[in-house]
Design a binder for this molecule. Structure first.
Ligand code: WTA
Length: 656
């Protein structure tokens, strides 16, 4: 975050009360009601979560125990049996929503499709039956590498229906990144498409899958199921690759949902961390079902009449929880858009809101800042009066962007919910409940019921009011990750061993810095570890560094984030070269492309700076804070006495 942003946030004192009409009709109607619920949730967590699980979800079999906490491993609704696909589909067939629109999809070229709950149920059953026929069994892993088309949602719901574990890989990741994830998950089937539209071009997802699987690169994969979307000619490998539209013809529309144990794995989603390769975050059926459901209900205040549009990609946790599982579990109508704002159609988001009468809109600050730059004319030329609630997610929102969103998009009528959360938390953790909690521009406000958040020092002691510290969570919650796939040591060390309270209790370390103000409101300041957030996308500096050093010209690389007006942060890489290689514009270009090949476009460095040496301590550790200052064009601050060679800084500063 830039200094100017930090200062503006520190001075922010505006307070917006929930509109009276909104509160009256809301699920949670007042601050007092929130406080009452919150107090109960903390005093009696098992009663609180147990009652909600009973009221809000369908269970094939009730649990024996609400929570079993063997720090740092938690289990929820132990002994209970349910299926999230049943909760998202089947139960709506008999509760009056059978013919209600479940999913509205709009393709980038302007084509569209809608599915009622009954239709979506049929499609999901058919795909589930096809997967079964291919030999997929409960517990098997499935890679989903898809554009934003209805079949992405259908594939996810089909997997969880039969107890297969999906791992969705964002289609912007490269073949190399896809391969790495499929190998770690030992996926048996990959579901993809012949292509997808994004920014007026066809993204060749199938070709990427072919590359990832080439030379038996992922030995566990037996079949690739391909959805026809663009009619592009693609290379189908005989026997391995199968067309969905062909197999669908004979597939029955009846496939009962498998009763799953509450603690069976529901899905794995890979996310970046401080060290090593991306880790497979494991979520389980019972806890995630409840947490994604109840956060959708209370934070987005979802009613039957709502049409909810979350602009994330299903490849991220936000898409999992707030395009698919949360909205469908609540019986709402969810909108899915294949494309993105682009020069040929910069107003496409506002067109869609107008066309489908979207009531709840959820997007990222980077998008909001991009729209601000485009000007008010685009949204003002559309009828956005259907909107009643706006959400923000993925990165800190600066007060200026918040105010613009509130004023221009929400017409000063819609509450803005800034939701703080992570892949690991399953659902939003700190956020206004829009009918209850007054908002302050730039603050995610207060924790969700059942969530005990705090700002502490490294010993777990709370820091003072308005003091910066580490954002942590005490006590487990149902949507919490259960493990890192096949790596419990990493689970422990990443999340539970950073903060060491003297009483030996385990505290969940989020990796974010924050402060709490005089009203107990949380202000998230961004990552405190070696994770960077570029346009709301989370990347590990180490991943980008490994990608760079895998190029023959590179000897060493260090990557940092630099504040950027629209994207929040951008990537700057400092690189030393192997003997015989020299800095040049071509090499810069080549290295940037190399990172795109290894990870994907989201990781393309904005700048590459060549240097003879990197600033290191005497023990050989790269001193990143120095590089961060240099990248941002600031004076290098702090103690430099531990540096092995201080002349490196001079050299880096002068750019020679
Ligand atoms: C950041 C996305 C400030 C944060 C749901 C977190 C935010 C990381 C916010 C998780 C917010 C997310 N305000 N920062 N409202 N929401 N973040 O796993 O740094 O892709 O740790 O999950 O995004 O990113 P992830």
């Amino acid at each position: 975050m830039s200094q100017a942003t930090i200062e503006s946030i520190l001075q922010e004192e505006r307070l917006f009360q929930p509109p009276a009409e909104f509160s009256q009709a809301a699920h949670i109607k007042s601050l007092e009601e929130y406080q009452r619920i919150y107090a109960k949730s903390v005093a009696e967590p098992e009663v609180f979560w147990g009652e909600l699980a009973e009221q809000e979800l369908h269970w094939f079999q009730k649990w024996d125990k609400v929570r079993d906490w063997q720090p740092p491993f938690a289990q929820w609704f132990v002994g209970g049996k349910l299926n999230i696909s049943y909760n998202c589909l089947d139960r709506h067939l008999t509760n009056g929503r059978r013919d209600k629109t479940a999913l509205i999809w709009e393709g980038e070229p302007g084509d569209s499709r809608t599915f009622t709950y009954a239709e979506l149920h049929q499609e999901v059953c058919q795909m589930a039956n096809v997967l079964k026929k291919l030999g997929l069994e409960k517990g098997d892993r499935v890679g989903i590498y898809m554009p934003m088309i209805p079949e992405a949602a259908i594939a996810m719901l089909a997997c969880v229906r039969i107890g297969a574990i999906h791992t969705v890989v964002f289609a912007g990741f490269s073949a190399e990144a896809l391969k790495e994830r499929l190998v770690d998950a030992q996926a048996k089937i990959v579901i993809t498409a012949d292509g997808g539209w994004r920014k007026d071009v066809i993204v060749p997802v199938k070709e990427q899958v072919n590359r990832a699987l080439a030379d038996n690169g992922v030995p566990s994969v037996q079949n690739v199921l391909v959805v026809k979307r663009t009619d592009q000619k693609v290379n189908m490998i005989p026997e391995r690759d199968l067309w969905w539209h062909e197999l669908r013809q004979d597939a029955s529309t009846d496939c009962p949902a498998e009763p799953m144990d509450s603690e069976d794995t529901l899905f794995i989603l890979y996310t970046s961390g401080t060290t090593g390769k991306p880790k497979g975050v494991v979520h389980t059926v019972g806890g995630y079902s409840l947490y994604s459901h109840i956060t959708t209900k209370w934070i987005f205040d979802v009613k039957d009449s709502d049409i909810l549009w979350c602009t994330a990609d299903v490849g991220w946790i936000t898409g999992h929880s707030y395009i698919i599982y949360g909205p469908l579990s609540n019986g709402a109508t969810t909108v899915m858009y294949e494309g993105a704002p682009r020069s040929s159609n910069p107003g496409c988001f506002w067109d869609l809101i107008q066309k489908y009468r979207v009531t709840i809109f959820y997007t990222a600050p980077t998008a909001i800042r991009t729209f601000m730059k485009m000007g008010e004319e685009l949204p003002k030329a559309r009828d956005l009066s259907s909107l009643r609630l706006l959400g923000s997610v993925g990165e800190p929102i600066n007060p200026t962007a918040w105010m613009w969103y509130y004023r221009v998009i929400g017409g000063k009528r819609c509450p803005v919910t800034d939701t703080w959360w992570q892949t690991e938390t399953g659902g939003a953790m700190i956020s206004p409940l829009p009918g209850a909690i007054p908002t302050k521009p730039g603050s995610a406000t207060l924790p969700f019921p059942g969530i005990v958040a705090d700002v502490v020092d490294l010993n777990g002691n709370p820091v003072g009011e308005n003091q910066g510290g580490y954002l942590v969570i005490h006590n487990p919650w149902p949507g919490m990750l259960r493990n890192v796939y096949r790596n419990p040591d990493r689970y422990r060390s990443t999340y539970w061993e950073h903060i060491s309270p003297k009483d030996g209790k385990y505290i969940y370390f989020t990796g974010d810095g924050a402060r709490k103000d005089q009203d107990g409101y949380f202000w998230i300041m961004g990552r405190v570890d070696d994770v960077i957030n570029v346009a709301g996308h989370r990347l590990g500096t180490m991943e980008v560094e490994s990608a760079l050093v895998s190029h023959q010209a590179v000897s060493e690389a260090a990557v940092v984030g630099r504040p950027e007006e629209i994207k929040g942060e951008e990537i700057v890489a400092f690189v030393t070269l192997e003997e015989g290689y020299f800095p040049s514009e071509e090499l810069t270009k080549e290295l940037k492309n190399h990172v795109v090949q290894e990870i994907g476009v989201i990781a393309r460095p904005s700048a590459i700076r060549f240097t003879d040496a990197l600033p290191k301590t005497r023990s050989g550790k790269i001193v990143r804070r120095v590089l961060r200052d240099l990248a941002a064009g600031k004076e290098v601050a702090g103690d430099l006495s531990t540096l092995e060679d201080r002349s490196v800084i001079e050299q880096l500063r002068s750019g020679t």
